[in-house]
Design a protein around this ligand. Sequence first.
Ligand SMILES: Cc1cc2nc3c(=O)[nH]c(=O)nc-3n(C[C@H](O)[C@H](O)[C@H](O)COP(=O)(O)O)c2cc1C
Length: 245
Amino acid sequence: MRESRRSRTGWSTNLWHPRCRRVVFFEMDPMSSPISDSLRVDYSGVPLLESQVDPDPIVQFKRWLDDAMANDVPQANAMALATADERARPSVRIVLLKDFDANGFVFHTNYTGRKAHDLEVNQYAALVFFWEKVSRQVRIEGSVQKTTREESARYFSTRPRGAQIGAWASEQSSPIESREMLYAREAESAKSFGNDPIPLPDFWGGYRVKPSMIEFWQGQPSRLHDRLVYTRATNGSWTITRLAP
Ligand SMILES: Cc1cc2nc3c(=O)[nH]c(=O)nc-3n(C[C@H](O)[C@H](O)[C@H](O)COP(=O)(O)O)c2cc1C
């Protein structure tokens, strides 16, 4: 619960303190903030050097994803997906990476929600992974295409039955009266399928982000982070550029 009030020294507020693991009362110097003071992290990690990365960013991504999983990074396949609508207004949300290779990065979703609308009118998107435990970030930008129905169906068939029913029951991103309504729709869908296999809804499937840019960011002490950016040329080859942090 956050409650701010004016004090002798300026503003003061109740905030959750991550290290103390409780809500504490901060006296705030108007020139500083409890967030910048208590959440400051000095990153560390093995430097990311041009001589050590793979010339193929997909191979490099696999190496880093494997590292993240080996280090028990929670939900290492969770990525922020940014899209923009016809007025160039951006929106961003988390989705799960389900597959990747030289052709791109795949996630699955409902084809009627906001991201689907954005991707209909603007086929460019950006992804970002943040793996705090290993002080790493990966940014990806590229064009987006739907996966084939066969590919979507293959993935859908691997989902737990409950998640398959959920996909049928939820008109993702449209207003809904209540949670009870969601349960009612779920029960209705479950009943209509009985014990039959659940087919892929035609309003559901995958998207593939074909990368034109992939940036690998490795946190380093004193904010002297490494940033290696792979840029794809029209002939498909990749060049690596180091950016200042
Ligand atoms: C950890 C996590 C994983 C998620 N994975 C997916 C996913 O793979 N696909 C999906 O459609 N939504 C996923 N969501 C929900 C989305 O963030 C979002 O709420 C939903 O897709 C609606 O987005 P839209 O209205 O922009 O289309 C996930 C959310 C979280 C927090």
